[in-house]
Design a protein around this ligand. Structure first.
Ligand SMILES: NC(=O)c1ccc[n+]([C@@H]2O[C@H](COP(=O)([O-])OP(=O)(O)OC[C@H]3O[C@@H](n4cnc5c(N)ncnc54)[C@H](OP(=O)(O)O)[C@@H]3O)[C@@H](O)[C@H]2O)c1
Length: 350
């Protein structure tokens, strides 16, 4: 149908994903002054997209019904509004989570304009984005790989390079799991000359971690080694790690704190295991370890541009494990939920 395009929308929120439906939308006749029409080529999924679709997203803001899901896309600018000067038609770009977050730390203020949560996202053949919410990508980077950068990679980059205590050569970094943020953190740690120690539920995934350059001794299966925090301490000569990219929440945070060196940083980015229970006395653990515990949300657009400039090619070679056709987007969400993937899941749009 001329003038229309395929899109997804979240008509309802629930675990069975029945609210995730394909619809058709009409291309805008005119763009607002600072808007950009993007032909979307690839969308990558984050745990956040599943949490929003399932109605369990922990942000202090409820997504409106009918919203277009997902925040991370790569594509080509097709048209621009009258006052746009950051990009031109034909430019290859990726989306940034929130066009309101250009620099610095703005906390939850950006949630209301976060793609696929506060405002319409990008799981569609076209997306209308504010010019402040797009970032150029280098020609060598394929769309599928580029689409994995806006949330997962940027959040890990923010933790390891965005604050005063940046990761240093020789430091130990605890990486929890093998999903999007974790694999980006692993690659960034190796790039910095640090030593990633990785925990995963799967020996097969740990083999893939070894192929990325992590010695077998630094790979721990957290299902078979229940007190993995003791093993992490042992591996670091009793001292503990200098950084943790903390994604687990209740089941991992107390353990991560307890195997952190004095002054080491626990970068808390997510509660992926929120359903699990813990009776740990977190305050005591923080006190005894003398760890610095800091919550980190995604990253500003300027930080994102810095990350892409500092290259992506040999540092972050995004790992796209599973690809789905646009019409099979629901299967992509289900794959994310199953945990049967390594790194990232991408939906090919064009
Ligand atoms: N703060 C932010 O801005 C921000 C940005 C991105 C993500 N997040 C949050 O960070 C978390 C991860 O996001 P993601 O997109 O990277 O997720 P993802 O790609 O879906 O990966 C989730 C990973 O969690 C691991 N995992 C699950 N339970 C675990 C446990 N008990 N211990 C250790 N690892 C466990 C799994 O690793 P194995 O399969 O190897 O066991 C899995 O690979 C989510 O909670 C998400 O909401 C926050």
């Amino acid at each position: 149908m001329a003038g229309t395009y395929k899109s997804y929308s979240l008509e309802d929120f629930g675990k069975d994903l029945s609210g995730l439906v394909q619809t058709r939308r009409t291309l805008p006749d005119r763009l607002a002054e600072h808007d950009v029409l993007v032909r979307v080529h690839a969308v990558s999924l984050n745990a956040r997209d599943l949490q929003i679709a399932s109605g369990v997203y922990p942000a202090p803001h409820l997504p409106p019904k009918g919203i277009i899901p997902c925040s991370d896309c790569a594509g080509v600018v097709e048209k621009v509004g009258d006052k746009v000067d950051r990009v031109r038609p034909g430019d290859r770009i990726v989306s940034h989570l929130s066009y309101n977050w250009v620099y610095g730390e703005i906390g939850n203020a950006m949630q209301k304009t976060a793609l696929g949560g506060g405002i319409d996202g990008v799981l569609a053949q076209y997306a209308v984005l504010n010019e402040d919410g797009v970032v150029h990508i280098p020609d060598f980077l394929p769309f599928a790989e580029a689409s994995t950068l806006p949330v997962a990679a940027l959040t890990s980059y923010h933790c390891l390079f965005g604050f005063e205590r940046t990761v240093q050569p020789g430091q130990a970094v605890l990486i929890e799991g093998t999903g999007g943020c974790s694999i980006a953190a692993l690659q960034l740690s190796l790039f910095a000359g640090a030593r990633p120690i990785v925990i995963s539920s799967s020996d097969d995934k740990l083999l893939r971690v070894q192929q990325l350059g992590v010695p077998a001794d630094d790979c721990i299966n957290y299902k078979t080694i229940e007190d993995w925090e003791s093993r992490v301490r042992e591996l670091t000569g009793g001292r503990g790690v200098d950084h943790t990219i903390e994604i687990g929440g209740r089941s991992t945070l107390p353990r991560a704190v307890s195997c952190t060196a004095p002054g080491g940083c626990v970068w808390v980015i997510g509660p992926v295991s929120e359903n699990e229970q813990s009776n740990a006395d977190l305050a005591k653990l923080i006190l005894y370890s003398q760890a610095v515990v800091r919550g980190v949300v995604c990253g500003s657009r300027l930080l994102f541009e810095q990350m892409i400039r500092n290259n992506v090619k040999n540092v972050l070679t995004p790992i796209v494990d599973r690809r789905f056709a646009f019409d099979d987007a629901k299967a992509a969400f289900q794959c994310l939920e199953s945990g049967k993937f390594f790194g990232k899941i991408v939906i090919d749009v064009a």
